[in-house]
Ligand binder design. Structure first.
Ligand SMILES: [Zn+2]
Length: 628
């Protein structure tokens, strides 16, 4: 969505609106300076100089944030607003209905409105929920510090941004630098679209890693900041894996839609965990000890591949309902099973193809995903598409209670299973001649060049699939996305030559997650998961625990008369295989305590993939690297 890329005009209704509503700013720029020196106490100070004409001026604060797909603009943190013109303080008022809109009256002869404002960033981490800054590092998402004229197309408002960094901090961003001296940095003029699409990270502990091999283009850079210098211990093997990731995306898509690309990578447990995609960068936060701890490394291995894939799938090709002309226009999320689901599929595959995880780890991850979705009892009432359409509300309900019955952001993991099925089907239909790689190249590739947005519809997806391999894709995908069901779509695993099985051996991903985040998962055996205090996070509808009357929020005190620990419960589940007696759970529900006998005798159940003898290993074929 840069100037000159008017793919919008595929949308006649919006064109109509914008012919009449667009406020034009040709030749005029908004100057924006952000003082970041108070970042350690989560306060950014911004000053804007906005060109105006006399009369009533309406300014808006970005509300619908790309990549969040919802009205998550951090309005709660917007504070200290002051508006001035020609040396006089002006009275502003907020729109009584639209909280993101401000009105001010400008006198004749005034051409510039000066606005100062602060952003409190304690709960603003690119929609991730945690703080955006801490003692040693910060993440600046420009949407938190701008106001712009209501009705503008974000491609047509030009900003001249600059920052003052905390003393001695280094920074990374995809924005082209115009001038830098000491802690003062001024960037080249950019559209509001590009500004919001180009966050800046900065920190006391910083490392820049070049991922482009000599003689290759465009430039790929990893800008890493961390809580401590020791967290930045990149080994040469780690760097070559990310170079391989860059090569794999080139081989997969055949084109790149950016000038340079920056992996803005924060290693910290102090700021909110998120990954947010952009055309020319991704803004991703992982655990502080990701490079030092093999479990944390495995658990977060897909983060950067996922966000990188979005440069093609999500930013360049975008569902029509998410390709909006500015940040006030509502978004429609029904195709997020493509936007996020295909990205999840490719992100995990690229993690494996580039060597961030092993083939065994890839299959363990896939097994964990398949088992979780096969125990989403809410699929009997809620089609997958409704989880995508509901992104605005589901994103706010991330607490675990009754997740299996309510469903969650299932368009991510279930999208992965659906795209695996499509990939395996293409390979079967074409006897191995074609694959989803061909779809990716046709749909997401095209011409390399500057960022732009090419919107698509469901019909466009079906059309391109048919070009790769003729099949009734419309019926298949409509069934997967719009119908209710009793089981997860496991067709991709089965066509891939594997099957989902459960046994007493721990799943590598689930075990690492339980150990790190201190919870205990018995979802596929007795039917619940517990937090570290013994509180039931979720109880699977229809499971033995559910039949016994247990529910989320209750707290486990004892198992068969012995004080609860994960080990005691594991021993009880194993021991029940040799007896007809129920497992006795002593449970507290608010102020009341009682015993719940649970009839379960089938032992521990952890998910894995197992090869089906005699069937071709299509999953193994899918996992093979494409680059040399
Ligand atoms: Zn994503």
């Amino acid at each position: 969505m840069r100037p000159g890329t008017s793919d919008w005009f595929h949308r006649p209704l919006l064109l109509f609106f914008f012919l009449f509503l667009t406020v034009r700013f040709e030749g005029q720029s908004v100057r924006l300076h952000v003082d970041l020196t108070d970042a350690p106490r989560n306060l950014y100070h911004a000053r804007l100089e906005i060109p105006v004409q006399a009369g009533d001026v309406a300014l808006v604060f970005p509300k619908w944030i790309p990549g969040n797909h919802r009205p998550s603009g951090p309005i709660g943190g917007l504070t200290g607003i002051r508006m001035e013109a020609a040396g006089r303080t002006l009275r502003w008022r907020r729109d009584p209905l639209e909280m993101y809109e401000f009105h001010v009256s400008v006198a004749r002869g005034v051409t510039t409105l000066e606005v100062s404002l602060d952003a409190i960033t304690t709960l603003d981490s690119a929609g991730g929920g945690g703080p955006a800054a801490s003692s040693n590092l910060l993440d600046l998402n420009w949407n938190a510090v701008v106001l712009y004229p209501k009705g503008s197309h974000s491609d047509e408002v030009t900003f001249v941004p600059s920052v003052t960094l905390p003393a001695g901090w280094k920074f990374g961003t995809a924005l082209p630098v115009a001038h830098a001296q000491g802690d003062e940095v001024e960037f080249a003029p950019v559209s509001l679209t590009t500004l919001v699409d180009s966050p800046l990270i900065a920190g006391l502990h910083y490392r820049k890693i070049e991922l482009t091999k000599p003689g290759e283009g465009p430039l790929h850079v990893m800008d890493v900041i961390a809580d401590a210098e020791t967290d930045l211990a990149f080994k040469p093997e780690e760097i070559s894996v990310y170079q391989k990731l860059v090569a794999e995306t080139g081989a997969l898509f055949g084109a790149r839609h950016y000038r340079d690309y920056h992996f803005l990578y924060t290693l910290s447990d102090q700021v909110g965990g998120h990954g947010l995609e952009h055309h020319e960068s991704n803004d991703s936060v992982s655990f502080e000890r990701t490079l030092l701890d093999p479990d944390l490394h495995m658990l977060s291995a897909s983060l950067l591949p996922h966000e990188f894939v979005h440069s093609w799938n999500g930013k360049y090709r975008r569902p029509a309902g998410l390709a909006t002309p500015n940040f006030q226009e509502p978004m429609i999320g029904d195709l997020l099973w493509v936007y996020e689901g295909l990205t999840d599929y490719l992100g995990d595959l690229l993690a494996e193809r580039s060597g961030l995880i092993s083939g065994d780890q890839y299959r363990e991850s896939l097994a964990a995903t398949a088992a979780m979705l096969d125990h989403r009892t809410g699929r009997t009432w809620r089609p997958l598409e409704d989880t995508a359409t509901s992104v605005q509300t589901l994103r706010m309900l991330l607490s675990p209670e009754w997740t299996n019955w309510r469903r969650s952001l299932d368009y991510y993991p279930e999208g992965e299973l659906i795209w695996l099925e499509v990939d395996a089907l293409i390979r079967q239909q074409t006897h191995g001649q074609h694959s989803l790689n061909d779809f990716c190249r046709r749909f997401e590739g095209g011409e390399s060049g500057q960022p732009k947005v090419v919107p698509y519809t469901f019909e466009d997806v079906v059309h391109t699939l048919n070009e790769v391999a003729p099949y009734d894709w419309s019926t298949l995908l409509t069934e997967r996305v719009k119908a209710t069901s009793t089981h997860a779509p496991l067709g991709g695993i089965e066509r891939g030559g594997w099957k989902l099985v459960y046994n007493d051996k721990p799943n590598a991903f689930d075990e690492a997650a339980e150990k790190r985040f201190k919870f205990a998962d018995f979802s596929y055996s007795i039917g619940f998961s517990l937090d570290k205090e013994g509180k039931f996070s979720d109880v699977i509808v229809g499971s033995p625990a559910f039949q016994a009357g247990l529910g989320p929020g209750m707290k486990l005190l004892a198992v068969n008369g012995r004080k609860w620990t994960p080990e005691v419960l594991h021993a009880a589940v194993k021991g029940a295989q040799a007896t007809n007696l129920p497992i006795e759970l002593l449970v507290e529900n608010a102020q009341f305590i009682r015993s719940y006998p649970v009839a379960y005798h089938d032992g521990e159940k952890n998910p894995h993939l197992e090869r089906v003898a005699g069937k071709p290993d299509i999953l193994g074929e899918i996992s093979k690297p494409l680059s040399k």
